[in-house]
Design a protein around this ligand. Structure first.
Ligand code: TEU
Ligand code: CA
Length: 540
């Protein structure tokens, strides 16, 4: 492992700008708001920020529907504000990664407006157009992740166009070389502006099967994995032809060649599909495609340590020289204390999940508010704005509950805004966990995060080391991390009861920050109190 590459083992803090801090009191967080909170982010001790989309957008999917790839939406500020954000981040020693939503644009994007205008315009083939079947029905059985067919009828062209997500998010046609050039130009625009890397939205969706073959049905549908909900027909297909196509490799190589002209830049590709491991391996092996892939495996409801170990071992074995990136929460999934912890013993669980995540091998994305131990916000149907949630309510409650504004203070508006109309309501339970409440409390989740991030930073084995698993059961995980002369033993107990393990080798227990419950050695045993971690050094 070459640890001179900053992104290996880096901790990336995901900011969802709409909900971070509102600097101009219109009820929506913005880029100057992020800049104003840069001290806070830097003080956490993370390496980088990942900004969710802030580009010009009609906001049908809250920015994941881009109408101008090279500009800032006025709601979020200006390009000058972005330049200031980067400068401030860099002054604080933080890298800046931005989201690139290249698979699809907004239907308001001038490219799509032109493309739909006729059959013979310059951009006629920039999106994926297909004729209706003779009986007028959709070209094939492909489905949208957000529900319904992946095809939308356009009355002007009298054709269908493909959209893997909302019908206002038409998929770009990557089989057209002009599209690839145009997309790479927009990536270069941001490289020239000084960004340090990209989170690539839906990086395995770029290419589709040109023959438009039907997806076969799925033999076995397993509920609980990401995006697999039995209420969504999408789960019942094997997505062989609508995404994860082999042609993508060539595109990723071109993207990498561009990145390599800008030293110290990186990519993390979001890969969610039926063949995630093979796809992640194909995208990250060989150092000529993506730097990292973002795994969905810890975003499911399965909090058992067996699942964690199994996931880690499978990916370790499958990735070869590829490098993973983990997260236990983001702007698409229920917050982890609710998803894994059922909101019980939330503070202790937040700390131990964090310690586990930050001890595993790989880079890590933390999602804003995780460092406060925020539970999922509860919203009524009337309060929802996420179209995905609205479509599947009440079986699926959507993504608004993890996107409510950051609570900075325990006041009515949480210190997020002075506007009486924040774009999503401030959640009462979250307010009680505001930054200001936790600052003065050494035992808080916030202090645990800061302190353990410091532990990670100062122990190269935690950042770059190999990993070898020892014992585990549903709620216990023990493993060794080794890098050069440093060999660490880590034991995690995510249960509400003590766990006693035999002491099998001589070890020196390292003192953990006081905000964490620490395990200890007692005679011939290792004692792991409820929700604790033991960190020890081992002889080589
Ligand atoms: O998400 C991609 C993705 O696969 C999602 O459908 C995910 O499975 C779902 O949201 C889980 O609840 C990315 C972005 O992260 C998401 O916010 C966007 O809506 C989506 O792409 C379309 O751009
Ligand atoms: Ca604002």
């Amino acid at each position: 492992t070459n640890h001179s590459e900053w992104w290996r083992g880096a901790v990336i803090y995901q900011v969802y700008p709409r909900s971070f801090f509102d600097s101009n009191n219109d009820g929506i967080g913005d880029l100057p708001g992020v800049t104003q909170k840069m001290d806070y982010i830097a003080a956490l001790g993370v390496d980088a920020i990942w900004l969710s989309p802030f580009f010009t957008s009609p906001m049908k999917d809250f920015g994941y529907d881009v109408a101008d790839y090279c500009n800032v939406d006025p709601i979020f500020g200006t390009l000058d504000d972005f330049d200031q954000l980067i400068q401030s981040a860099h002054n604080h020693g933080l890298k800046v990664m931005i989201d690139q939503v290249l698979n699809h644009s907004s239907d308001q994007h001038p490219w799509f407006v032109e493309s739909r205008s006729s059959h013979n315009n310059d951009k006629a083939d920039w999106y994926i157009w297909a004729d209706a079947k003779p009986d007028g029905t959709v070209p094939n059985n492909w489905l949208s992740v957000f529900g319904g067919p992946a095809w939308h009828w356009d009355s002007r062209r009298r054709q269908y166009y493909l959209h893997n997500f909302l019908d206002s998010q038409p998929d770009l046609n990557f089989h057209n070389p002009d599209v690839v050039d145009a997309v790479l130009d927009t990536v270069e625009f941001w490289l020239q502006r000084g960004v340090d890397g990209f989170r690539l939205d839906t990086a395995n969706y770029y290419y589709h099967d040109v023959e438009l073959r039907n997806n076969p049905p799925k033999e076995e549908v397993v509920e609980g994995s990401i995006g697999v909900r039995l209420d969504n027909p999408y789960a019942y297909q094997l997505h062989l032809y609508d995404k994860s196509r082999p042609e993508n490799i060539g595109f990723l190589q071109r993207l990498r060649q561009l990145l390599d002209q800008y030293p110290n830049t990186t990519t993390v590709g979001e890969v969610g599909c039926d063949f995630a491991l093979e796809t992640m391996a194909a995208y990250t092996q060989g150092q000529d495609k993506l730097h990292m892939c973002y795994s969905f495996d810890l975003l499911t409801h399965d909090a058992s340590m067996k699942h964690i170990r199994n996931t880690m071992e499978t990916i370790e074995a499958g990735l070869g020289d590829g490098w993973p990136c983990w997260s236990i929460g983001n702007h698409d999934v229920e917050r982890v204390v609710t998803r894994w912890g059922q909101n019980q013993d939330a503070i202790a669980k937040s700390k131990v999940y964090m310690a586990m995540l930050l001890s595993l091998r790989g880079s890590v994305c933390l999602y804003q508010g995780e460092e406060l131990g925020l539970p999922e916000a509860e919203l009524s149907f009337e309060q929802l704005v996420d179209p995905f949630g609205i479509a599947f309510w009440p079986e699926f409650k959507g993504r608004d509950g993890c996107r409510t504004p950051m609570p900075w203070e325990n006041t009515e508006l949480g210190g997020f805004t002075q506007s009486s109309q924040p774009w999503l309501p401030m959640d009462e339970k979250q307010r009680a966990l505001a930054v200001s409440e936790q600052e003065g409390n050494r035992d808080s989740v916030l202090h645990a995060y800061r302190d353990f991030l410091h532990v990670r930073r100062t122990h190269p084995a935690l950042c770059y080391g190999d990993i070898e698993f020892l014992y585990n059961d549903d709620t216990t995980l023990t493993f060794v991390r080794q890098y050069q002369e440093q060999r660490l033993f880590i034991a995690i107990n995510t249960a509400a009861q003590d766990k006693i393990l035999p002491l099998e080798q001589a070890l020196t227990v390292l003192t953990l920050p006081e905000a964490l419950n620490s395990g200890y050695v007692d005679g011939n045993t290792i004692v792991l109190p409820p929700y604790s971690i033991l960190l020890a050094s081992l002889p080589l």
